[in-house]
Ligand binder design. Sequence first.
Ligand SMILES: [Zn+2]
Length: 508
Amino acid sequence: MRIAIGQLWQETNTLNPRPTTPADFGQFGVVRGDELVAGMENVNELGGFIQSLRQWPVPPEIAGLVRLPAWPGGMATSQTFTWIRDELLGALDAAMPVDGVLLALHGAMVADLHPDVEGEILDAFRTRIGPQVPLVATIDLHANVTGQMVRSADALVPYHCLPHIDIFETGARAADVLRRILFDGAQPCMAFAKIPAVVPAERSSTEADAGIAVDIKRRLLRLENEPRMLAAGVTPVQPWMDIPELGSSALVTTDRDPAFARQACGELAEMFWKRRREYLPELVDVAEAVRAAHATREGLVVLSDAADATTSGAPGDSVWILEELLKYEWPREALVTVVAPDVVAAASQAGAGAPLATSLGGVLDDRFGRPIEFQGVVESCFEARFTMTGHIGKNLPIDMGPAVVLRRQNVCVVVTSRSGPHFAPELFQTAGFDPFAASVVVAKSPCGFRAVYESRASAVYCVRAPGCAPSDFWTQPFANIPRPLWPWDELESWRPQPILRRREDETS
Ligand SMILES: [Zn+2]
């Protein structure tokens, strides 16, 4: 038996003006064929696929297609879409014939003229492999699930957790769905409900003590314990995509039980819809949040800069919070990140210990941001390269290129050449800091940062600042989204009507 595995991972933010190109994928780490299987065996969904496949009753031959990952960012160019499609389909053609396919997708990737990248890719795969070869794909919790994705895959398996600490496990769950199809004769029956609502991420933690996201995850885990169940998920879509099919979704895949799939899917969609207002966060203005952090003398205060969250596809060069931090003296370090390749180059040339006066921020995103003048010293120059485990990654290799630390008194700016996880403790540690011993960490992340900081911080503030990934996204000009759509529009009478995908050879 021969199983093909591959990955396409990028979350697109169409408010970010900088396009995503093949170079962005190349920098993150494109790997193909045997190199994929050998190099990714412990990493994220691909690792989950590989480890699970190796434990099948008769372990199959694993055909590595290609891994195409890029950090969240702006819309991909149409040439990038063509390159992605050619890479994936070329690899599939070379691997054929195969008995099954596992794809690790994000599910919220947008390219110019291609608002549903993953739907088109899944459809192209289905055309190549035919109706009988099972195709199972994992998707991020923030995927924008579309009719084309549902029609093309036998099963879509979403993450259950935000922070995304179950990525590897989701890969293993998907491989197990494929095993049940191939070995146990399971026949997937997928119900799908699109929910006309988009919610902010701040209060979406499934790992909190209580709340709607916690209750949904609990329900999903209960459902997946049912013997007839193959996979279940709710995907509150990431909001910053101006595309025609934007919306959240519920997905339930059973083994030959359409009534159960529809019923469970409808209940999940209704639960999300009825409690959607619980996702609305309390935000604190920049000046007030920094003042409150300064008044907290003991322990660590985390300021979540969701609007410039690099995990949400914002460029990471907002300096609104930094500007405010510079107004205070801090007892211990106040750590903040900025993406600024030109500043890294200038500071590296000046060298560690040199004084530096530079303009900082507001270059990559000049709509919501503006630069400030910064005067300090170059504390260190380093390579922002590390392996990350926690939200978004399990053993995930990260390389943000050359980087520097700029210091003015206790305000320390970690300046990187490229975007990346601008919240990860591993980034601050690579820069020479213990983030948990700092006065302040600015996390460019709306929710995922909680995986590691929540239990160790004295206080967490969700800051309202301008940026490409604002929590109040409905205040931005969106021209292409479907209407009515909450919270752009109020609509009270909505009821879910799950649609059912059956295998094409089924008649009833
Ligand atoms: Zn996500």
